[in-house]
Design a protein around this ligand. Structure first.
Ligand code: ADP
Length: 605
C-alpha cells in the first residue's frame, strides 16, 4: 500500500490534467450509451407513432453523439498519454540523477546488469501501470459505475440477474492473465536464446567453417528454434483455452438479458426499446469487466517492481558532503593518512590496516605492492571514492570528510589503468571536466601528455570522434588522452595508476616523458610498476597485504634489509619488477611478463 501511494504520488503534480482525463472519461462513458438510448427512442416512440420528423432528428443525433464522443475520446487518450509520458520521464530522471550521487562501490557491488534491469524492465512495469494502467483502471471503473448505474435505472431487476455472471468473468480473465504471463516470459527468453545463437553463429562464422561445424550449428539452431516454437504454442494454448470460457460467460449474460428481459416485455413490464438498449449497452459493460482482471494483474506487476525502484532511490549515498562542508580554492597538496584502516562492506578482512603516511606538497610517491595488496584501495580513499573505516586522512590539515566532495575532487587528477573514453570527439573527451576550455588550453595539455602528435595525425584532428562509432585508440593513446584530461583541470594532486600492459616500447617511453613533465609542482601518487618511476620517486611506499611494510627513498630502502633490498638484489630486478613483486609480496601466481618494464628500465638507465 505504501508503494502504491508512492507510485500515485508521481501523478499528483499533474492533477489538473488528471481531472481533465477523468472528466473526459465520464463524458465518453455516458456517450458510449448514446446510440442505444437513441435506438430505444426510435423503437419505443418514433416507430410506433410513425413519427418521421422524430426519426430523422434521432438519426441525426447519432452523428452528433459520434462526433462529441470522438472529441471526448481524443482528449482522454491524448491527455492520458501526456500524463503517462511525463510520469515516466520523471521516474527515469529521478533514478538517473540519484545514480550519479552513489559512490563507485555501489556500482561494483550491484553490478551493471542489475542496475540496467532496474532502469529498463522495472521502470517499464511501473511505467505501464502509473503512466497508463492507473488511468485506464479509473476509466474502466467509471464505465462500470456509469453504465451499471444506467442499466439499473432502466431495470434494476434485470441488471441484478445479468450481473450474476460478471464476477465469474472477472475471475476468468484474472486467472487467464496470470497463466499467460509466464508463458509470454518464456517466449521472450527463448527468443533471446535464439537470437544469441544466431548472433554467435554469424560472428563466429570463420571458426565454424574452419572447424567444419556447419552441421552442428544447424542442429544447435534447430534445437533453439524448436524451443521457441514450443514455448509459443504453449502460450497460444493457454490463450485459446481462455477464449471459450470468456465467450461462454459473456453469452450467458446475454442469454439472461434476452430470456428474463423477453419475459418482462411479454408481461408488459418493459418496452422492446428498453430491452434492445439494455442488450446493446450490456456489451459495453462486459468489456470493462474483462479489462479489469487484466489491469489488476498489471497493477500487481508494477507493485512488485516498485520496491526495487524505490530501494534504489532510497539508497543514501554512503559518501556525501558534511553539513557545513568546506569549499577549498587553493590547495598545497599536503596529504596525511592517520592510522587509516579500511574494510569493504560485508568483508571482515581489512584491505588496509593502520596506514600512517605523510605526503609533502609536491612530493612524488610511488606505491609498490603485489596484486591485492591494497594499492587501489589506498588511492581511492584520497578522492573519497571510499571512506576509511578507521582513522582519517587530511589534506592541508583539513579532514577530507570536512571538504566538499566537489572541491576536493576538483584538485585531484586521476589517471587509471583502464580509462573510459566517451563516444565524443577527442576534444570533448579531453575537456570533460572543463567544457569551456579553449582550443589553446586543450592543445597545451595534450602536448604535455605527449598526445598532441598522434591526435594531429587523425584526419579530423581534435574533432575526430572516439568510442563505438569513432576511432579506436590503443591502450597507450587512451592513457595519454586521459592524462591530458586530468591535466586540463590543473590539479594540485595527481593520482596515476601506471599501466604496463598493452603498451609498446616507444609509447612506454613517451608516457614516461609525459609523466616526468607533468608531475613537476604537483603532489603525485603513483601506483608504480616501472622501475624507473620507483627509483625516481621521493618516497617509496611498500604495501604488503594492506599494511605498509617499508617507506623511504630508493637509497634509504637499499641501505636497510627488507623486501626492497631483496628485490634489487634478486635476479628479477633486472628482468621484471612486476613479476618480482608478485612472487615476493603477492598472493597469487605471477603475471606474465609483458615486456613493458624492461623498456622503461633501460630507457631511464
Ligand atoms: P591492488 O590494487 O593492490 O591490487 P586492491 O586495493 O584492489 O589491491 O585490493 C585490496 C584487497 O581488497 C584485495 O584483497 C581485494 O580482493 C579486495 N577488494 C578490492 N575491491 C573490492 C571490493 N569492491 N569488494 C570487496 N573486496 C575488494
Amino acid at each position: 500500500m505504501v508503494n502504491f501511494k508512492r507510485l500515485l504520488r508521481y501523478l499528483l503534480p499533474h492533477w489538473p490534467l488528471v481531472i481533465v482525463v477523468l472528466l473526459a472519461m465520464v463524458f465518453s462513458s455516458i456517450l458510449e450509451m448514446g446510440p442505444a438510448v437513441l435506438v430505444r427512442q426510435i423503437l419505443d416512440i418514433a416507430l410506433p407513432q410513425m413519427n418521421l420528423p422524430l426519426l430523422t432528428r434521432l438519426s441525426l443525433a447519432f452523428v452528433g453523439v459520434a462526433l462529441v464522443k470522438g472529441i471526448a475520446v481524443y482528449v482522454q487518450w491524448y491527455t492520458s498519454e501526456l500524463i503517462g509520458q511525463k510520469v515516466i520521464y520523471k521516474i527515469r530522471q529521478d533514478i538517473h540523477r540519484h545514480l550519479q550521487t552513489l559512490p563507485p562501490s555501489y556500482f561494483s557491488t550491484m553490478g551493471t546488469g542489475q542496475i540496467m534491469s532496474r532502469l529498463t524492465s522495472d521502470v517499464d512495469s511501473v511505467q505501464q501501470f502509473v503512466g497508463w494502467g492507473a488511468l485506464f483502471l479509473a476509466n474502466m471503473v467509471i464505465m462500470i459505475i456509469v453504465i451499471g448505474g444506467y442499466l439499473s435505472y432502466l431495470n434494476w431487476r434485470l441488471m441484478l440477474i445479468t450481473s450474476v455472471t460478471l464476477p465469474f468473468l472477472l475471475r476468468t480473465v484474472f486467472w487467464f492473465d496470470r497463466s499467460v504471463r509466464p508463458a509470454w516470459k518464456d517466449v521472450r527468453e527463448k527468443m533471446g536464446k535464439l537470437t544469441e545463437s544466431l548472433q554467435e553463429n554469424i560472428t563466429g562464422i570463420r571458426v565454424v567453417k574452419a572447424f567444419a561445424r556447419e552441421n552442428l550449428e544447424i542442429v544447435k539452431f534447430a534445437e533453439k528454434n524448436r524451443e521457441h516454437y514450443e514455448a509459443n504454442m504453449k502460450r497460444a494454448g493457454i490463450e485459446s483455452r481462455a477464449q471459450p470460457f470468456l465467450e461462454f460467460l459473456s453469452a450467458l449474460s446475454a442469454v439472461l438479458v434476452v430470456g428474463y428481459g423477453g419475459y418482462l416485455v411479454l408481461t408488459g413490464q418493459m418496452t422492446v426499446g428498453t430491452l434492445f438498449a439494455f442488450y446493446s449497452i450490456l456489451w459495453s459493460l462486459i468489456w470493462p469487466v474483462r479489462m479489469l482482471g487484466w489491469l489488476v494483474n498489471m497493477a500487481e506487476q508494477a507493485l512488485a517492481a516498485a520496491p526495487r525502484l524505490f530501494e534504489l532511490l532510497d539508497t543514501e549515498p554512503a559518501i556525501k558532503d558534511a553539513p557545513n562542508a568546506l569549499d577549498i580554492d587553493e590547495v598545497e597538496g599536503h596529504i596525511v593518512f592517520e592510522n587509516v584502516s579500511f574494510s569493504f562492506p560485508g568483508d571482515s578482512r581489512e584491505a588496509l590496516k593502520g596506514i600512517n603516511l605523510e605526503i609533502m606538497p609536491g612530493e612524488k610517491v610511488a606505491i609498490v605492492g603485489g596484486t591485492g595488496s591494497g594499492k587501489s584501495t589506498l588511492v581511492n580513499l584520497i578522492p573519497r571514492f571510499l571512506d576509511p573505516t578507521e582513522g582519517r586522512i587530511t589534506l592541508d590539515g583539513h579532514d577530507i570528510k570536512e571538504i566538499s566532495l566537489k572541491s576536493l575532487r576538483r584538485h585531484i587528477g586521476l589517471v587509471l589503468q583502464e580509462n573510459f573514453l566517451f563516444s565524443a570527439t577527442v576534444r570533448e573527451n579531453i575537456a570533460l571536466g572543463k567544457p569551456d576550455a579553449t582550443m589553446d588550453e586543450i592543445i597545451h595539455v595534450a602536448k604535455l601528455a605527449q598526445a598532441d602528435a598522434f591526435i594531429s595525425e587523425f584526419p579530423k584532428g581534435y574533432d575526430t570522434p572516439l568510442g563505438e562509432r569513432g576511432i579506436g585508440l590503443s591502450g597507450g593513446q587512451k592513457q595519454r588522452v586521459a592524462l591530458a584530461r586530468a591535466l586540463l583541470m590543473n590539479p594540485k594532486i595527481l593520482i596515476l595508476d601506471e599501466a604496463t600492459s598493452s603498451v609498446d616500447t616507444e609509447t612506454e617511453y613517451l608516457i614516461q616523458e609525459a609523466l616526468n613533465e607533468v608531475m613537476k609542482g604537483r603532489t603525485s601518487i603513483i601506483i608504480a610498476k616501472r622501475l624507473s618511476t620507483i627509483r625516481g620517486a621521493d618516497k617509496i611506499v611498500i604495501l604488503n597485504k594492506g599494511e605498509i611494510s617499508q617507506v623511504g627513498t630508493h637509497e634509504e630502502l637499499l641501505s636497510q634489509p627488507g623486501f626492497y633490498k631483496k628485490l634489487f638484489e634478486s635476479q628479477f630486478a633486472e628482468e621484471d619488477v612486476e613479476m618480482a613483486l608478485e612472487l615476493e609480496l603477492g598472493n597469487g601466481t605471477p603475471k606474465q611478463n609483458d615486456g613493458g618494464c624492461n623498456a622503461a628500465f633501460s630507457t631511464s638507465q
